[in-house]
Design a protein around this ligand. Structure first.
Ligand SMILES: Nc1nc2c(ncn2[C@@H]2O[C@H](COP(=O)(O)OP(=O)(O)O)[C@@H](O)[C@H]2O)c(=O)[nH]1
Ligand SMILES: [Mg+2]
Length: 580
């Protein structure tokens, strides 16, 4: 699941990056994508936290101090540590890295943290530099304030400074790591939207929380706390937490933690239940799943719609091939071609003489004189079938383009895709034409085989064969057949030649008539199959289905299978309890 969330986050970042490069529009899309990226960063960190819990036999308590600029986070950290170890400054945005301070634990007890922080590098506090945000530090604190339970206290960057976008991830990592949240606000800052945005997001992590109201002037908390509570209730459904009023200590320059609340943080630590983490994770993912995956699903829908449209058009194309060629009495040439092959096999007596008269060079058997490939190419060139197939392909593309134009109003995807189709149209048609030629040439073998079958059948019927050989019609047809094979006429001339038609009906009425029809039917069936597979599926359909890869728009590109696998994980109930 962690990998999937990371992948999804990266894809959102890529798509958003691509949108940002486009000058116009998409403003609301950009905002919602940015929100989802933040949610995904938080979810990713929270899943990492789950791994950390699973990997540690005795997880170290993690406490994070968060709040807006200048609220006094670092100052409070110093108070809680009874030290001046955290950097305090009157300048906003002073703390830019998550800085962990070990209270009662050793740095070596926190070795697992490096895995949690992933690409973030663990450095010494003094090595942290403003130039690099993907770092964090761990420092051992040897002094005890008595206010803090054993664990790591994290000082975090302000989440609301101007350039906080660059270290947003550091804050989020520290927040998701925390078992306890210590929110620090001052009277100037507690109403800021950024505070409540963060608190809204954190509700889903179910961390015990305390609010520190800093920089108070004596007596002002009675006014501030109700208003703070109101704010809380506007965005959170869980009970309003304890508020610790912090007054300023002029001499030390630090807030003063009230004595009456000395045990508060330890009490809060007792409320931490890591065993619930897996369940909380699952709820968090489920809550956002639909919104996170909406654009991925939309992409799948578009691809699906496209595939369906292609299939529909391919089916229509095949129907028109069937209707206008295979089943068309005046256009179907292929069987006539088989008949013409049959004639060359039949060795019509006297034909050599007739031909020799016409063309001095020709001697029997004529078929040996002709190079097979040259002949086939000539036949393909003059074939009506080829013309029709190319017309059908062209028509299919025109119809697809029309359909896309209608859909272009629906979304950016279709608009872009319409452009892709337009630019790739010629290439698709060229490939189709090439495949059609290849098909036509290779199908000659089936034609030859059909002629052979008819010839063997005739040999079993010497009466029929001899009478055929003796008729004038056959001789005329044979001349036409040879003329075709030598390139004298085109394939389509053959179909309309009266002698060929007469020969076909003679055979049909003879003893081999039903066999001839059977051969013809089988030839047609094979032909339909070959055209469907080689042309309309292997060439046209496949090319069309690959077109979406050419979209220049950056995509989520998460396959339905990947999504399905992730959803399986999401609904899978985790077995076993986490041992604490
Ligand atoms: N008046 C007053 N100033 C404080 C208090 N706590 C911190 N400050 C000052 O507020 C500024 C910001 O403090 P800092 O701890 O760096 O805030 P951070 O940005 O939230 O970490 C510093 O100049 C502190 O000295 C307080 O309780 N009262
Ligand atoms: Mg600070």
């Amino acid at each position: 699941m962690l990998e999937f969330i990371q992948l999804l986050k990266q894809r959102y970042q890529a798509v958003l990056g691509d949108l940002s490069d486009r000058p116009y529009g998409h403003a609301s899309v950009k905002i919602s994508y940015q929100q989802r990226i933040d949610q995904l960063i938080l979810a990713e960190a929270f899943l990492r936290k789950g791994q950390l819990i699973d990997a540690s036999s005795q997880p170290v308590l993690q406490m994070a101090v968060v709040g807006p600029t200048q609220a006094g986070k670092s100052s409070l950290v110093n108070v809680l540590l009874n030290s001046n170890i955290a950097g305090v400054s009157p300048l906003a945005g002073y703390t830019v890295h998550p800085q962990g301070f070990c209270n009662g634990v050793r740095i070596t007890d926190c070795n697992e943290l490096q895995r949690y922080f992933g690409r973030f590098q663990q450095l010494q506090q003094t090595e942290l530099s403003k130039d690099r945000h993907d770092c964090y530090s761990l420092t051992e604190n040897r002094v005890n304030s008595g206010l803090l339970p054993t664990g790591v206290l994290w000082d975090t960057p302000d989440f609301d400074s101007i350039d906080s976008a660059t270290y947003r991830e550091g804050v989020i990592r520290a927040l998701a790591l925390a078992d306890i949240i210590i929110l620090v606000v001052s009277k100037e800052k507690y109403a800021d939207q950024s505070v409540w945005d963060i608190m809204t997001a954190l509700e889903e992590l179910h961390q015990p929380t305390v609010i520190c109201l800093n920089k108070l002037i004596e007596g002002s908390e009675s006014l501030l706390i109700p208003s703070l509570k109101q704010k809380w209730q506007q965005v959170r459904t869980d009970p309003f937490p304890d508020v610790v009023p912090l007054y300023y200590q002029k001499t030390g320059g630090l807030p003063i933690w009230p004595k009456s609340r000395q045990l508060l943080l330890s009490q809060l630590a007792n409320k931490v239940t890591l065993a619930k983490h897996a369940h909380i994770e699952q709820m968090l993912l489920k809550r956002h799943w639909q919104s996170w995956l909406a654009p991925v699903v939309a992409e799948h829908h578009s691809l699906n719609d496209w595939a369906e449209l292609v299939d529909l058009m391919i089916k229509q194309a095949l129907d028109s091939y069937q209707r206008d060629y295979l089943d068309h009495p005046h256009h179907y040439e292929t069987f006539q071609l088989a008949m013409s092959q049959l004639l060359t096999l039949m060795e019509i007596p006297g034909l050599a003489r007739i031909l020799a008269g016409a063309r001095k060079v020709l001697t029997w058997p004529a078929r040996r004189l002709m190079k097979r490939s040259r002949k086939s190419r000539h036949i393909a060139d003059s074939s009506y079938e080829m013309v029709l197939l190319n017309q059908i392909a062209e028509h299919t593309l025109i119809q697809l383009a029309d359909n896309l134009l209608d859909k272009a109003e629906q979304s950016q995807w279709w608009r872009q895709f319409h452009r892709v189709l337009r630019s790739q149209r010629q290439a698709v048609l060229q490939d189709f034409e090439q495949s059609a030629r290849t098909y036509h040439l290779s199908f000659q073998q089936d034609v030859d085989a059909a002629a052979q079958r008819l010839y063997y059948k005739l040999q079993e019927q010497p009466l029929v064969l001899n009478s055929l050989r003796a008729t004038r019609v056959t001789a005329d047809a044979a001349v036409i057949a040879l003329t075709l094979h030598m390139g004298g006429i085109g394939l389509h001339d053959l179909v309309i030649a009266p002698a060929m038609l007469a020969l076909t009906s003679m055979l049909a009425e003879s003893a081999v008539g039903s066999y001839m029809h059977k051969v013809e039917a089988e030839l047609k069936q094979n032909q339909f199959h070959a055209v469907k597979q080689l042309l309309f599926i292997a060439s046209l359909r496949n090319q069309l289905l690959q077109l979406p890869e050419q979209l220049s728009l950056t995509h989520f590109n998460i396959s339905p299978d990947q999504l399905f696998a992730a959803e399986q994980q999401l609904t899978k109930i985790r077995h076993g309890l986490r041992l604490l």
